[in-house]
Design a protein around this ligand. Sequence first.
Ligand code: ZN
Ligand code: ZN
Length: 573
Amino acid sequence: MRKIKVMDEALANKIAAGEVVEKCASVVKELVENAIDAESKRIIVNLKDGGLSLIQVIDDGFGMDKDDAVLSFQRHATSKIYNDNDLFFIETLGFRGEALASIASVSEVMMETSQGEVGTLVHLKGGKVLEVKTSSAKKGTSITVTNLFYNTPARLKYLKSEATEASNCIAYLEKLSLSKPNIAFTLTNNDKKVLETHAGGNLLKTIHEIYGLNVSSNMLEVKCQNDDFEIYGYVSKPSILKKNRNHFHIFVNGRIVRNNEINRAINDAYNTYKHEGFYPIVVLNIDTDPTLVDVNIHPTKQDVKFSKIEVLTNLIYTKIKEVLYQNLLIPNAIYEEENNNIKDNFIERKEEIGNEKIVQRSFDFASSEVGEPVKNAEFKNLKLYPVGQVHGTYIIAENEDGMYILDQHAAHERINYEMILKKMQEEKVNIQPLLIPFNMEFTTSNYKIFKEYIPFLESLGFTIEEFGFNTIIIKTHPTWLKKGLEEESMEAIIDLILNMGENFNKDKFIDRMAKMISCKMSVKANEHLSILQMEHLLDDLVKCDNPYNCCHGRPSIMKYSNYDLEKMFKRVM
Ligand code: ZN
Ligand code: ZN
């Protein structure tokens, strides 16, 4: 039976937008997706010089008979979709039939394929069939691509260095193996193994195989669903962060996707748990009715749109926030430092892969003992006693479990941030009249914009009246605004409104305002505190929902357990 049919021409043109093949990784992608569609359980990718000299994909999938093997190199041959409607379903990965034909037209291809009885070898160069003959009967397909772009020098020029091509292939296969924990992937470059997963279907195990033990032991499970979406995956604790979003792995019905709204929801869920500009490692599988997804908005097939995006982002945001909150711990000073070292090693390893120097992953550090972590709920009953202040900036505290170091500004800022947010949620707004009202002057254009927001600011507790040309007078403010900082704070609030401009969003504004005001009103570094002031600070901090970070994600408290101290001074070995 023929598995391959030639696709309707109009449909072909519709999706042929954008070239399939532009770099080694796109060849790998098309070939591997075909292997997955052939229900392979084990896929081996071999590269020579990052793919520049050779790309080989070997699978154990269902293979093809002789007719299909030849037909598969015709433009628009596909076994996967036959009409327009099917495009909106994403049950197969490589849905554009031109992939093999495109690859074959710009390279030399050897394909051996078999359904288990008799095998076929097809040899092509520049799209022309040079040879078709009987070959090995081993079930599956092996495709070898050499001389990529030999006949299109313009495109050959755009291939990057060996290291870049290799690291693109690695990044792609890492992502793919996370989306398919039930398929075993092996990737080699110049006969050196750079990636290996063992299938079995356990996602955390695959995360371990890709990222190593330090990451996999610091991942939190995320599992939830509603009527439209089912979500399963892992997110990293705020102690494991990367400098870019390349480690957001989002899969919809098993396919790699990209969606900015989802990325934003994840990032927002980490609000105040991490610095801006740092991102967690996230692996999320979203299962949904394919009719809710439109995959075909971008030729690379990764960007998707959802018809119920808000329902989805809410679900993701709420769940991740809950998971983070339930798993917060006081960072252990020693452990944190080790973590950071490991992180650097890991990055180094990734960078060196392209240069063929594979650095062994460190697997043994996690056994290094750390003090018993304190869970969030227990933390609220914790009593910390101040010992003193260092450089007017750090507070040393103690209790029976160990020693704590706090950044006084970060800690105070956290307390004030949560205080302001709580006041905002109270129904009754507490208002403080100003003894001496002050006025503020605007440019005409800014005044026009600002006037729109007066009712909103009044709902927060400010009394604002117009006072002549482009000028307002402020008579009351909410009680949370610190005495002595009224004018400065008001200026900052107005700047924030004007800066947000058309993107003004009430919740975002309140969060940013709370961050800004809490920073202004908190004790600074190089400020002397009495023991009593420190005691208040410690008591207030432990009552916070997230006592471990300032509202910008900087750490506020670190712990040295008694054991850590004994180890440091070799009282125990
Ligand atoms: Zn601050
Ligand atoms: Zn801060």
